[in-house]
Write a protein that binds this ligand. Structure first.
Ligand SMILES: O=c1ccn([C@H]2C[C@H](O)[C@@H](CO)O2)c(=O)[nH]1
Length: 136
């Protein structure tokens, strides 16, 4: 099943996480409309604020390869409950993913929260807001 497979891939994506500071590997698996899966992990930096989260790594990999039609996302970490994407990732996901796109948040115990992009960031700032400012 797509959901189970994607969650499994997001757990495997944690293996490449570069997390010398937090020691908190996160994995993401982003499914495209034509069936390709982009994996992402978090990549930290000695300048802590330069850290890139797993979710944004997956999105940026896909977009930079010319893929920007997404249909599902799974995110995994070793958390008490299903992992919660940070605010920056929610905003980036809202830019590229359909509002009703399923997002599977999970952890290593197998807890799953099935949500959507718009549930993760209701009222996201978007390209529509920019269009209003540019009106003549
Ligand atoms: O959804 C999340 C939450 C956190 N992190 C990363 C950022 C940092 O490397 C570490 C601790 O915040 O986890 C992610 O990659 N995704």
């Amino acid at each position: 099943m797509e959901k189970e497979q994607l969650m499994k891939q997001s757990i495997e994506a944690r293996n490449n996480a570069y997390v010398p500071y937090s020691k908190f590997p996160v994995g993401a698996a982003l499914l495209t409309a034509d069936g390709k899966v982009y994996l992402g992990c978090n990549i930290e930096n000695a300048g802590y604020s330069l850290t890139n989260c797993a979710e944004r790594t997956a999105v940026f990999k896909a977009v930079s390869e010319g893929d920007n039609k997404f249909v599902a996302l799974a995110v995994s970490a070793d958390t008490a409950g299903p992992v919660s994407p940070c605010g920056a990732c929610r905003q980036v996901l809202a830019e590229f993913c359909p509002p009703n796109m399923p997002v599977y948040l999970t952890n290593l115990k197998g807890d799953v929260q099935e949500t959507t992009i718009s549930e993760l960031l209701p009222g996201a700032f978007s390209t529509e807001d920019l269009k209003y400012a540019a009106r003549e």
